[in-house]
Ligand binder design. Structure first.
Ligand SMILES: Nc1ncnc2c1ncn2[C@@H]1O[C@H](COP(=O)(O)OP(=O)(O)O)[C@@H](O)[C@H]1O
Ligand SMILES: [Mg+2]
Length: 314
């Protein structure tokens, strides 16, 4: 079997008394798009900072392309591209001049540098705007230039930290398409996000992390399949919770019933049958349902089932 391209072994990291990453291990084969999915504060940025050698872990180690990161950081850094959530771009310089500047920091020179700049601009689909100053760019376009910077030295392994937060849909799609194009060319990609759409659409495998711990790791399809049906969220007066929970659990299509943020969460093998059964019970006991939300089988539902929380608070 081929050696995994990246190995993370029992990684821990704490900041004073905050345990940000708590015993995380996984392996990533070459050519995979690997998702790190978790809510804000889960430890994604901390973990990615350790995998790129920016931070030392409190415990554990990282192997990249057969070399221990701590022993041979230089080896890793030539292989790794890192696209942080924020990057200092010079606002009055053009995108091209910003890229030329960062390219020189990476040690690129002359014709090779100019070719690399042209190539990454093409990849993020901003060639036509290359000579405009960065401060005329939208947030999403800046984020795409950010990504272009991380690609200048032709890394084999690219880390993207929440690349689509707060940007317009055109830039978001451009970023998704770039990720797919890079992966087709053979690049291994680690993609952190708290958007389940991105994880489902882009990632071959997804590691779900919460409170610094890896709680599941599989293909999106398997994670969703293991969930079974889906979830139904019901808003109604809390004094009705116990009656509906008790009787609702008798419905064959209902797997379990829990509570979250003042709502009843029906874990269903089959959503339609569960919903009809629950509504019948509610009507029989005269409970007024204020709102119904159906979560189709997706990664959001997987996360909710595993943690009792939503991925996003909005
Ligand atoms: N530099 C820091 N100093 C202290 N605590 C931090 C620092 N960076 C992150 N944290 C804390 O560590 C936890 C994980 O944060 P982070 O890795 O940024 O998560 P995510 O990227 O998933 O939102 C959070 O509780 C956060 O408040
Ligand atoms: Mg983060």
């Amino acid at each position: 079997m081929k050696e995994p391209y990246l190995i993370a072994k029992d990684i821990y990291k704490s900041y004073d008394d905050i345990q940000a990453v708590s015993g995380v291990s996984f392996q990533i084969p070459q050519g995979e798009v690997f998702g790190l999915l978790g809510p804000n504060g889960a430890g994604k940025t901390t973990l990615i900072s350790i995998l790129t050698g920016l931070f030392e872990p409190s415990q554990g180690n990282v192997v990249i392309d057969g070399e221990d990161l701590k022993q041979n950081k230089l080896h890793a850094q030539t292989k790794i591209g890192f696209v942080p959530q924020e990057l200092a771009l010079y606002p009055t310089l053009s995108a091209r001049d910003n890229l030329l500047f960062y390219g020189r920091i990476y040690g690129l020179r002359g014709k090779h540098l100019r070719e690399r700049v042209a190539s990454v601009l093409e990849l993020v689909d901003l060639t036509e705007r290359a000579n405009d100053a960065i401060d005329t760019y939208s947030g999403g376009m800046k984020r795409r230039i950010n990504m272009a910077v991380g690609l200048l030295h032709e890394p084999e392994l690219l880390f993207l930290d929440e690349p689509t937060v707060g940007i317009d849909s055109q830039s978001r799609n451009a970023i998704y398409e770039s990720v797919q194009a890079l992966n087709k060319m053979g690049m291994t990609i680690v993609y952190t996000t708290h958007y389940m759409e991105a994880a489902e659409r882009l990632c071959h495998r997804v590691a779900i992390i919460d409170k610094g711990k890896l709680i599941a790791l599989d293909t999106p399809q398997s994670l969703i399949r293991n969930l079974g049906g889906g979830l139904v969220l019901l808003k109604l007066h809390p004094r009705r919770f116990s009656a509906i929970t008790e009787q609702g659990k008798q419905i064959p299509a209902v797997k379990d019933i829990t509570q979250q943020d003042g709502k009843l969460v029906i874990h269903a093998y089959q959503v339609q049958h569960a919903l009809v059964g629950i509504l019948e019970i509610a009507s029989k006991i005269g409970a007024r349902i204020k709102a119904v939300e159906v979560l189709e089988p997706n990664l959001e539902a997987v996360f909710l089932q595993m943690t009792g929380k939503k991925l996003r608070n909005n």
